[in-house]
Write a protein that binds this ligand. Structure first.
Ligand code: NAD
Length: 342
């Protein structure tokens, strides 16, 4: 194996994973020798997300399941760093049926940790979520707060965090965990709230707002998140957790208002729908540890980041129309549904 870092990126054909691969390959000062993407290509995985990188001979793609030890044993020799994004990621789907969430998020993470130990992987970056902390009405969670997940999705992610930390404490594996807030940006699957709303509004269709719209989320541009993960990979400490936030909290009503303005629509396009079961009121992470230890701070302000994101979806119907998994019929604006803030 040639010198330099050999990375395995799981879930690298998904939303954040593909942006991360781009961050790795486009950053001139990163000593990246190879990036192998392992992705099952579920409904959420999309090779079009990596199309602009196809000419880079450092990038390899393998379709496969992180739960399959045979696949991992074939890919792991020579890999020194794993960055683990692969997951079932949609809360509403986990409420409908949690089986795939436990299989991929819990058992898949365990299988990846075991393979990393078998093959002498040096560093394992586990990408997690602020949702593992549960809901917080006031203040912000730091990394020492207890995990109180409420949805099957966040419970499965919390379980994977604990397995990853156990891999460090029991086996001495250099595991680093990131817990980020809600990501937004280009190439996010249109089941998630921002692309769902934008793609419907540009088509003149209605959008569903959960409950009274008072739930608060902190929005983080996906490129800021990827920079944060890179800081953790390169300078984080083994066995440590780092919160990564955007510093821009909005209620879902405020977010909806911004998306209406950005698409030239108004509140007549919004239909209140019954609230999500167990809907967490507010997430908020304290990012002082990542700031003080690693120099992390978000660079994209929400106003320009959101405007650029809306423009991207408006300009790329060829990317999102074929996905065809919008939970709402696109011709029947009066049907109620389940839109979600992640
Ligand atoms: P995504 O759903 O867009 O992508 C997930 C990717 O994982 C897809 O490409 C899918 O094909 C792949 N995958 C699923 N199961 C697999 C398996 N068994 N084996 C191999 N590949 C598999 O998700 P995302 O939004 O990019 O999220 C990436 C990670 O970041 C997840 O771990 C998620 O929990 C975490 N996260 C996301 C957000 C957010 O706002 N999107 C916020 C916090 C944390």
């Amino acid at each position: 194996m040639q010198k330099g870092t050999h990375l395995l990126v799981t879930g690298g054909a998904g939303f954040i994973g593909s942006h991360y691969v781009r961050t790795l390959l486009r950053c001139a000062d990163v000593d990246v020798r190879t990036v192998t993407v392992l992705d099952k290509l579920t409904y959420a995985g999309n090779l079009a997300n990596l199309a602009d990188l196809a000419g880079d001979d450092r990038l390899r793609f393998r379709q496969g399941d992180i739960c399959d030890p045979g696949v991992l044993d074939a890919l792991m020799p020579g890999v020194d760093t794993v960055v683990h994004f692969a997951a079932e990621s949609h809360v509403d789907r986990s409420i409908e049926d949690s089986g795939a969430f436990l299989r991929t998020n819990v058992l898949g993470t365990q299988s990846l940790l075991d393979a990393s130990l078998r093959h002498g992987v040096r560093t394992f970056v586990h990408v997690s979520t602020d949702e593992v902390y549960g809901s917080i009405e006031h203040g912000s969670w730091d990394e020492n707060c207890p995990l109180r997940p409420n949805s099957p999705y966040s419970a499965s992610k919390a379980s994977s965090d604990l397995l990853a930390l156990a891999g460090h404490r029991t086996h001495g594996l250099d595991v680093r965990i990131t817990r980020c807030s809600n990501n937004y940006g280009p190439m996010q699957h249109p089941e998630k709230v921002i692309p769902l709303f934008v793609t419907r509004l540009v088509d003149g269709l209605s959008v569903p707002l959960y409950g009274d719209g008072s739930n608060v989320r902190d929005w983080l541009h996906v490129e800021d998140h990827c920079r944060g993960i890179e800081l953790v990979r390169r300078a984080g400490r083994p066995g440590e957790v780092y919160n990564i936030g955007g510093g821009t909290e909005l209620t879902n009503r405020q977010l909806t208002e911004r998306l209406l303005v950005a698409t030239g629509a108004d509140w007549s396009s919004v239909r209140p729908v019954p609230d999500r079961k167990g809907h967490d009121l507010r997430y908020s992470v304290d990012c002082r540890k990542a700031r003080d230890e690693l120099g992390y701070r978000p660079l994209r302000d929400l106003e320009s980041g959101l405007a650029a994101t809306v423009a991207w979806y408006r300009d790329h119907p060829d990317w999102w129309r074929p996905l065809g998994t919008d939970p709402l019929p696109r011709t029947a604006p009066s049907v109620a549904l389940t839109g979600t803030a992640h």
